[in-house]
Design a binder for this molecule. Structure first.
Ligand code: ZN
Ligand code: ZN
Length: 763
């Protein structure tokens, strides 16, 4: 007979309602051949069930009704076939929580809540010779209070993500909703939080589980492809995370090379991992010098845990020479964000704005339906505000007007605003070439090649087709840049220079900014030392002010619109200041090599490469400007007090002697032969010129010549400034006239159109 003691099962055997085997069960247990169909029936000894599972479900549904949780506990095996013959189902408060030091080898990761109070209520079922299971013992009374009906859904054994709920969660997850959003839909649909049947944590667990995928029979195909590619190309890189359940990453030699040129900004595109697509394909995308998307490697995401993303990013980084990008754009995803923070601590991370707008469609569907104007205003608030203050004001007023101040999702998006609202991200290079661009996602590299019908078997051929097509487009852009000279619209030497430096695509953007300067006068508002602040306002738009700080010595400028920081192209405001300051050429710090025709070469961009005759530091004007500025500062400080004045005078004397000496030592200066002899004498005779009276006449001569030269320089400079201003005026005049001509021609053509059409019709 079965006489051995009952075996205890461990905690993990509690009703794990998330597992797949539960799919075909429902709460009343009817499908399991439960004989007692009445739902309010109380267990009694002798009650029979078709299976042990049916008994479990019956006891659990009874427990839900009464207000307690259940757990599967001890069992006894049959001696005949070793199958389980007796099972004890207990109240979840049965027994006591194990004490932390109670022989446990490992430390528990989390502090567990004391949930067990030694309750004796239970049910024992035993397998009959007929094959059915019967209740042999039922203890009804509990030693604790029962849970009221409105809280019973929180008990673990009553939480269950049912089949219909699962498919709804799948759909919502595919649409980009997180656990919070999914739960709010489920609560609404079931008419209350206690009708959902599970908690947000269960929902999150289910969602994480459903993200685990396998490639099935396609895995073999992928591995073969990767091996073959590596055999063909020694620089082909691939990595597989533990076997068939981990992620896969690969990058070819072109991707790796491209990263060395354009690796400043990266988009990790996870659009294809949603359930709309069959293959969890995730490419790393950059932007090349023609503003085209360029590939930095691809991944297959079979596991979306944080550790798997960390694995992926680390392998990607290893393939990309270990060089961290300046910025990364990804989907709005908590797990991806923490993996990025882990692997790229110094990189600026931004959430893809269009991904957030898609999320808004789901989260705010009610408001979007009730208020047709809301969406446009929401986009405007995010995309078109130019300062942080303006955005904050706009956001507050938007939420107020549409009564959304309490909306949880909007609140969370506001808290994360520094990671997706453009106005907060303008100080970092993201490779976007326009601030007012409404979408920040790079038009995907694989658009038109991978869609909802792409499966794992055709993925690689589509991948190859896409890379070949992108390569062809780059070749075409390269050809156009070299062979089609852009039409210059001004006589500006800077425009001509830019046309030779930049690729065609970037030049057109630069040209647009340059043309715009005509409508942007720049006025000095603060001229202190070497940094001058200009106010730049568009004619007729006095409320939109931009401030440009211009350093006279270094000729460096920065603008409050931050276009240069964000996109690497000089803005119209800085260019307007350059016009005022007679800066007629681009210097190396104004040009980002990655946007130039030389982006893919190893040359270092300097003034020579920018088509300048010599380094700007050496030019006569620069020397003159710097010296004048220093002298002015010197005088300002020197007149403050008598003692400072005396020191300043002394130092000046000293300085003029040094300058004179330096002039003797400069062979390029048109000094007399005597001077050169003098230099030799000094070097050989170890004498200083101040001690030797014979040198006094030479000294005076030097002074005389110096004064003459300074005078000549000044005159020269005055002429130069005058010439430049005339040139500028001429240029403006010409532009004004050409603009007028354009308008006139347009109007003329417009008026001629009907006539033209008529004549066509007659024919
Ligand atoms: Zn109990
Ligand atoms: Zn600007």
């Amino acid at each position: 007979m079965e006489s051995e003691p009952l075996n205890l099962e461990n905690d993990a055997m509690e009703f794990d309602m998330g597992s797949a085997e539960e799919d075909n069960l429902n709460a009343s247990g009817e499908d399991l051949g439960l004989q007692c169909s009445s739902s309010d029936l109380e267990p009694y000894e002798g009650m029979e069930f078709e299976s042990e599972q049916a008994a479990r479900i019956f006891y659990n549904s009874y427990a839900r009704r009464v207000g307690f949780g259940t757990r599967v506990s001890a069992y006894r095996r049959s001696r005949r076939d070793n199958s389980i013959s007796t099972r004890q189902l207990v109240c979840s408060k049965e027994g006591f929580n194990p004490r932390p030091d109670n022989g446990a080898q490992h430390k528990p990761k989390r502090q567990r809540i004391v949930s067990r109070v030694g309750c004796k209520a239970h049910l024992t079922v035993k397998k009959q010779t007929s094959g059915k299971w019967a209740i042999t013992k039922f203890i009804k009374d509990h030693n604790h209070e029962l849970v009221p009906p409105d809280q019973v859904h929180l008990i673990r054994s009553h939480r269950h993500v049912s089949g219909p709920a699962r498919s709804l969660i799948d759909t919502l997850q595919a649409a980009g909703l997180g656990a919070t959003g999914v739960m709010s839909v489920l609560i609404k649909q079931s008419g209350g939080v206690n009708n959902v049947g599970f908690t947000k944590v269960d929902c999150q667990n289910y969602m994480n589980q459903s993200r685990q995928r396998t490639l099935g029979s396609g895995a073999h195909y992928i591995f073969e492809y990767l091996k073959q590619k590596q055999a063909e190309d020694p620089d082909f890189f691939y990595a597989v995370q533990d076997g068939s359940s981990g992620n896969i990453f690969w990058a070819d030699s072109t991707s790796r090379k491209n990263y060395s040129y354009f690796g400043d900004t990266v988009t990790f595109d996870t659009t294809y991992r949603t359930h709309r697509y069959r293959v969890p394909f995730a490419p790393f995308i950059g932007v090349n010098h023609h503003c085209q998307p360029v590939l930095f490697g691809c991944a297959l995401l079979l596991n979306e845990s944080e550790s798997s993303f960390i694995w992926l990013f680390e392998n990607w980084l290893a393939a990309m020479s270990g060089c961290h990008p300046i910025s990364i754009t990804s989907d709005h995803d908590r797990i991806i964000r923490s993996a990025i923070l882990d692997v790229f601590p110094g990189t600026r991370h931004r959430f893809c704005k269009s991904n957030i707008f898609r999320e808004a469609q789901e989260r705010l569907s009610h408001s979007l339906q009730s208020f047709p104007t809301f969406e446009a205003e929401f986009h405007k608030c995010v995309n078109l505000t130019e300062t942080i203050a303006e955005f904050e004001l706009c956001w507050g007023s938007l939420l107020g007007r549409y009564n959304l101040i309490d909306d949880e999702w909007l609140q969370s998006m506001y808290d994360a605003r520094q990671h997706w609202v453009p106005v907060y991200l303008r100080d970092t290079f993201f490779g976007d070439t326009s601030i007012a661009k409404t979408s920040d996602s790079t038009n995907s590299f694989f658009d038109g090649y991978i869609d909802a019908s792409t499966n794992i078997h055709i993925l690689m051929s589509q991948y190859e087709k896409a890379t070949a097509s992108r390569h062809e487009k780059e070749v075409k852009a390269e050809y156009d840049t070299i062979n089609i000279a852009p039409i210059l619209k001004t006589p500006s030497p800077m425009e001509k220079q830019a046309a030779n430096i930049y690729t065609r695509e970037i030049f057109l953007m630069f040209q647009q900014e340059l043309m715009e300067t005509l409508a942007y006068p720049a006025t000095v508002i603060n001229d202190a030392g070497s940094d001058v602040i200009y106010q730049v306002v568009k004619f007729g738009e006095d409320h939109k002010v931009h401030y440009v700080q211009y350093n006279v010595v270094e000729k460096k400028a920065s603008c409050s619109c931050q276009l240069f920081d964000f996109s690497g192209i000089l803005c119209r405001h800085i260019l307007a200041v350059f016009r005022v300051k007679n800066v007629l050429r681009l210097l190396s710090h104004n040009v980002l090599k990655r946007w130039t025709r030389k982006a893919k070469s190893d040359v270092v961009l300097d003034e020579d490469k920018l088509g300048l005759p010599s380094s700007h530091n050496d030019s006569f004007t620069d020397r003159f400007e710097k010296l004048s500025l220093e002298t002015t500062n010197y005088v300002k400080e020197g007149v403050d007090s008598k003692s400072v004045y005396l020191v300043a005078m002394d130092a000046l004397c000293e300085a003029s002697k040094k300058v004179a000496a330096a002039m003797c030592g400069t062979p390029a200066q048109p000094l007399s032969q005597d001077m050169n002899k003098e230099k030799e004498f000094n070097l050989n005779g170890n004498q200083t010129d101040c001690d030797d009276p014979s040198l006094l006449s030479q000294d005076e001569k030097i002074k005389e010549l110096t004064t003459a030269m300074v005078y000549a320089t000044e005159t020269c400079e005055a002429y130069r400034a005058k010439l430049l201003s005339i040139l500028r005026e001429m240029e403006e005049q010409r532009l004004r006239i050409s603009l007028k001509v354009l308008i006139y021609v347009e109007e003329y053509l417009y008026r001629q159109q009907p006539v033209f059409c008529k004549s066509l019709c007659k024919e």
